[in-house]
Write a protein that binds this ligand. Structure first.
Ligand SMILES: C[S@@+](CC[C@H](N)C(=O)[O-])C[C@H]1O[C@@H](n2cnc3c(N)ncnc32)[C@H](O)[C@@H]1O
Length: 230
């Protein structure tokens, strides 16, 4: 047994994942899915996904936007927050939402998806689980599949930030997650731009953010060993 991991996971489930609240639900109502940066990229590059998985999907609000744009796309989301999943199933009955962490996607066969999305989810993944999450994401994404990540894009080295989740703290880790995939040599970058987290909610996602600690970026990668090795 790993005590640190158990304590951190316990804190996450007690005060993080399961404290998904009325505040977060209210924040989500401000999101204009037709301004979502993931949808913008899909439109800009004329990518038409058939089978999409979002990790840390919350209520599935983004998947709803994807399904509206591509009605024949099967949209699936996983999130450990029971409250978010219950709320999402009420709001978006056509989205397949599952309560689970992304380090165990064994309910999905290898190469099940042609589009994989992780938006502000990698930075809250327990460090003990991070590489398992990466491995599972890679396993379920098909060859030539697209991976779109949105996360904080700090200028300084990764900052570990304590959430106000008393009595036991849990942590977030702001770093450039696409680097993990690119360093494998199995993923190639095809789009990257900085976005403004807060403005994103109001549909001004392409504005730059003066607070560099809060700066975020959207990164799009394509998977394929034949693409990266020439
Ligand atoms: C900051 S919220 C982001 C929600 C949404 N993706 C967005 O773009 O607004 C982080 C989400 O990641 C989820 N999460 C945390 N750890 C996770 C894990 N190990 N696997 C999958 N999702 C996780 C949380 O429950 C939460 O819904």
């Amino acid at each position: 047994m790993n005590i640190t991991k158990d304590i951190e996971n316990e804190a996450f489930f007690a005060y993080g994942a399961n404290s998904w609240s009325a505040y977060q639900a209210q924040q989500l109502t401000k999101i204009k899915s037709n301004h979502d940066p993931v949808l913008n990229i899909l439109k800009d590059y004329q990518i038409h996904p058939r089978n999409c998985l979002e990790i840390g999907a919350s209520t599935g609000f983004r998947l709803k936007g994807i399904q509206q744009l591509f009605p024949d796309c099967q949209a699936t989301g996983v999130d450990p927050s029971k409250k978010a999943i219950i709320e999402g199933k009420k709001q978006y009955p056509n989205i397949q939402l599952m309560q689970r962490e992304a380090d165990d996607l064994s309910c999905f066969p290898d190469e099940s998806f042609d589009l994989l999305i992780g938006s502000f989810s990698m930075y809250v993944v327990d460090r003990m689980l991070l590489l398992k999450v990466v491995a599972e994401m890679d396993r379920v994404l098909e060859e030539h599949g697209r991976l779109i990540l949105i996360d904080f894009f700090p200028v300084t080295p990764p900052v570990n930030e304590c959430h106000p989740t008393k009595p036991t703290p849990s942590f977030s880790y702001k770093q450039n997650y696409e680097e993990i995939f690119r360093a494998s040599g199995l993923y190639r970058l095809w789009h990257k731009e900085t976005i403004n987290d807060a403005a994103c909610l109001k549909g001004n996602q392409r504005n730059s953010n003066n607070n560099l600690g809060e700066r975020a970026c959207i990164t799009a990668l394509i998977k394929g060993s034949k693409i990266t090795y020439e």
